[in-house]
Design a protein around this ligand. Structure first.
Ligand SMILES: Nc1nc2c(ncn2[C@@H]2O[C@H](COP(=O)(O)OP(=O)(O)OP(=O)(O)O)[C@@H](O)[C@H]2O)c(=O)[nH]1
Ligand SMILES: [Mg+2]
Length: 375
């Protein structure tokens, strides 16, 4: 399985504890009211949680500075300050957290366990209000503790990614050209077969917070399943994708048999791969006569597969690429909404904590108050 490292550098800060309060009761007919300053609330924690529907670290890259809420200060009338809200940071399975300076491994979400949590930074402790310092020798303490500060750490968040979409086609069909047109990848492109010898991955930015990952693999030829050409061993790299793009070179003389041959080779590798939803692209319609041939191919495929999207394009002349991009995004979106793909959560999910609060009781129980010995 190919993966490539997605990476984000972030800075996280847990909340500061609220200060304890100094106050005294002032009531009518009570000349010397005792101390009544409440304790400050604890600062919020920074907590990472594993979310299986996440696929990339896109959301983190756009929000690299994340803070938990501070605890509120204590108040008079013995009122405690409110605890600061924790900040939950959702990350996909396979995420590792490292110290960017020392490279030390801090935590690894290795399993697919949904909602696995890692409390990385505890919030600061709330300070004691002066009520806490009342004793037989000091009935009116005029001091309270300050809350302890939160902690700030830098983190390198890394993820090994699997592709969403696989690109298959004969050698020289224009697969790497499409990857270059659509993504940040810059694979080698050349006018001869088997230019691509190892798989490439590229990231298509569907929108600001959502990435689709496309894998370009070496060309497949007839007999690949028996080892011809580079064979089909690279197909395993696209076995976890949600869909495929078939690339047919309609400027080539085998344009009418290419699709059937590709399907056959795929099928002999794995039924599962063959059954993946697909988009078929008839490329190189800029070449003379190729547009007519593209129409033939479209007609042929549509006869048997009414639902398959088949488009006539030219990567080189930038024709039909907008429609292709839209078709790819729509298909990946549709599969995700049907639970067949993956969804990337956005900004709002980074900061929403309420749904996790109920599950956090165990963690809260550990939060034993450890104040410094009374001074
Ligand atoms: N005329 C024309 N040529 C194209 C088009 N798209 C790609 N090509 C050319 O076709 C050749 C092969 O393109 P690649 O992108 O390397 O093809 P590939 O499918 O990755 O090939 P392999 O890696 O060998 O399997 C290059 O010379 C491209 O410039 C197109 O739309 N029209
Ligand atoms: Mg290539």
């Amino acid at each position: 399985m190919i993966g490539f490292a997605d990476e984000a550098l972030i800075e996280v800060t847990s909340g500061k504890g609220g200060n304890g309060c100094i106050s005294f009761r002032r009531e009518k007919y009570v000349p010397n009211g005792g101390p009544s300053g409440g304790d400050g609330g604890d600062g919020g924690d920074i907590i990472f949680v594993c979310k299986r529907n996440l696929r990339t670290l896109a959301a983190l890259r756009y929000h690299p500075i994340i803070k938990a809420k501070n605890g509120s200060d204590g108040q008079s009338w013995n009122k405690y300050g409110r605890d600061g809200e924790d900040t939950i940071i959702p990350v996909p399975p396979g995420t590792t957290l490292r110290d960017p300076d020392t490279n030390e491994l801090i935590y690894e979400f290795t399993t697919q366990a949904e909602d696995e949590q890692f409390v990385f930074l505890k919030g600061g402790k709330g300070g004691w209000g002066n009520l806490h310092f009342k004793s037989s020798t000091n009935q009116a303490p005029r001091y309270a503790h300050k809350g302890t500060p939160g902690e700030t750490r830098k983190l390198r968040v890394e993820l090994s990614i699997m592709a969403d979409v696989g690109l298959v086609g004969f050698p020289n069909a224009g697969k790497s050209s499409l990857l270059t047109a659509f993504t940040n990848a810059r694979p080698k492109i050349a006018p001869y077969p088997f230019t691509t010898k190892i798989p490439n991955l590229g990231v298509l930015n569907a929108d600001k917070e959502r990435d689709i990952i496309i894998a370009d693999i070496p060309g497949i030829i007839e007999g690949a399943s028996e080892g011809a050409g580079l064979g089909i061993r690279f197909l395993k790299h696209i076995s976890r994708t949600s869909c495929l793009i078939f690339m047919i070179d309609v400027s080539d003389e085998n344009y009418l048999t290419a699709y059937k041959t590709l399907c056959g080779e795929l099928k002999s590798f794995s039924e599962d791969l063959f059954n993946k939803p697909r988009i078929v692209l008839c490329n190189k319609i800029d070449v003379e006569g190729a547009e007519e041939r593209a129409r033939e191919v479209i007609e042929q495929i549509k006869k048997e597969e009414k639902d398959t999207v088949v488009l006539a394009i030219s990567v080189m002349a930038n024709e039909g690429l907008g429609a292709t991009r839209k078709a790819v995004i729509d298909l990946v979106d549709r599969l995700e909404s049907e639970g067949e793909g993956a969804v990337t959560l956005g900004k709002k999910d980074i900061l929403s904590t309420s749904t996790f609060m109920r599950e956090r009781e165990e963690i809260d129980d550990e939060r034993e108050v450890q104040y410094p010995a009374n001074s």
